[in-house]
Each structure stands twice: as C-alpha cells, then as structure tokens.
Ligand binder design. Structure first.
Ligand code: SAM
Length: 246
C-alpha cells in the first residue's frame, strides 16, 4: 500500500511515523508513506495556500488550486482521495478495514476554517471524521486513519489474528485481559484464566465480551453475530443480570 498525506505542517508527522508499528511497516516495505507539503503546490512568490471566505466571516479557507494540483500530481490508478473533515462519515473499524484494501490512499489534511467546497465537490472520493469534535487540523486525524489502517495490512502485526480479537471485530468490545502477577494488591486474576482449560477460557471470554458490550456500547450489538443462547444472555444482562461464574 502507498499512502500520501498532503499537509501544511509536515513536521507533525515526523515522530509518529518514526516509531513503533507505523515505522516498522515502512521499514519492512509493507507500506510506503509520503508526507507531502501542500505549499509546494502553491504558486507565486509567497506560495499562498489560503484566502478569506467569500461572503465574509472570520478565519481562512484552504484554496482549491494547490489541493487540486497536489492530488493531480500524486493520483494514479487505484488511488482513493480522502478529505479528513469533521463533517465526513464516521471513521470506524469497518471503515479502516475497507480502506486497508485500497492500493493507494491520498489523505488531505485541512486547516483553518476548512477547505474550499469545490475540493469536496470535484476532487475527493470520500470524507472521513474521527469523531464529533473539532480539531485544529487534519494531521492528527490522518495519523489516526493511517495507524488504524496500517496495522490491518498483512504482515504488519506479529500476530495476524490480533485484529479479529480486538474491540469492534464481530460487533463486540474486547474481553478483559490480565497478565502476571496472578494476584496484585489483593486483586486476583479470575481463576478460569489460570486453569489452562482453553474451552472454558474461550467461553468465559465470550461471555465477558458480551457483558462488557451490553454495559458500555449496546449500540454495537446490532452488528454482532450472535447465537440464540448469546441473545438470551444479552437479554438477561439488559435486565441487570451478571455473567455466571464459571
Ligand atoms: N469549520 C470546519 C467545520 O466546522 O466543519 C472545521 C475546520 S477544522 C478547525 C480544520 C481542519 O481540521 C478540517 O478541515 C479537517 O481537515 C480537520 N479536522 C478537524 N476536526 C476533525 C475531525 N473530527 N475529523 C477529521 N478531521 C478533522
């Protein structure tokens, strides 16, 4: 996969792209990430990238010409152009999975009051929001999207089955996790996890994932693949029931 991110502030990316999974994926040749300075596509001595809004009002708007020029230079067959934007569709694990299938992503990071509407109308394929809040720029959202997408690419994570167990896969939150010591300040790890009985452990984890999802994110259950028995258990949890002790 190739990811180009177009930004007025390339320095924001240097730390995150040089650490951990995003860095490893690049050094292993599993993804090529390029940070492209929008200013390079602006014309004139001052390379102006923003201007006042027509109709008045405060703030500046990113001009269309540099963004169009940048995308037209970078775009090849199979590229998807995505504007990071609080008005876009919600970025979820399902969207990350969808984007992970693309050959080439071009991420456009907005700034100031946003981008000229013609960028939306005639340049981008998609608009993505990382949540219902407004950030100063699209750089952090672009990093969020890159991180979520890159960890799904084949070969990136040491354990290829990990994403299938993470929260949101299969419409559930993850089950509670513990590590050593088995007892810490009087808090004990559930006995079943120390039993070595993989069937019981899997059953316990599934029930805990269901309970946690009912408690915290019942909206997710609409997309969960559940057996009749699990559905019955969920109804019980909704009425205030607790998971049976194994
Ligand atoms: N005036 C715009 C609005 O209300 O929709 C907000 C502009 S915001 C200050 C500047 C840029 O930050 C946006 O163009 C976008 O690229 C990025 N941005 C801010 N919040 C975001 C979010 N929740 N998701 C994705 N991008 C966001």
């Amino acid at each position: 996969m190739r990811i180009d991110v177009v930004t007025l502030f390339p320095g924001i990316f240097s730390g995150p792209l040089q650490e951990s999974i995003l860095h490893l994926a690049q050094t292993r040749g599993l993804v090529e990430i390029r940070v492209v300075n929008l200013r390079e596509f602006a014309e004139g001595r001052h390379r102006v990238t923003d201007d006042y809004p027509f109709g008045g009002g405060g703030g500046m708007i990113l001009k269309p010409e540099p963004l169009f020029r940048a995308v037209e230079t970078l775009r090849g067959p199979g590229a998807r152009v995505i504007l990071l934007c609080p008005q876009g569709r919600a970025f979820t694990q399902a969207v990350a999975q969808e984007l992970a299938k693309a050959e080439h992503l071009i991420l456009l990071a907005g700034r100031y009051e946003g981008v000229d509407e013609r960028v939306r109308e005639a340049l981008v394929d998609d608009e993505v929001s990382i949540g219902d809040y407004v950030l100063t720029g699209g750089e952090l959202p672009a990093l969020v999207v890159m991180d979520a997408v890159v960890r799904l690419l084949p070969g990136v994570l040491g354990d290829a089955t990990a994403p299938a167990r993470d929260s949101f896969a299969g419409g559930l939150l993850d089950y509670p996790q513990y590590t050593r010591p088995a007892e810490f300040r009087g808090l004990r790890v559930p006995e079943v996890l120390l039993s070595g009985d993989h069937r019981r452990i899997a059953a316990w984890r599934r029930v805990r994932a269901l309970w946690r999802t009912v408690e915290r994110r019942p909206d997710l259950l609409r997309h969960a693949d559940l057996t009749e028995e699990e559905q019955r258990l969920i109804d019980e949890f909704r009425r205030g029931g607790r998971p049976p002790e194994p």
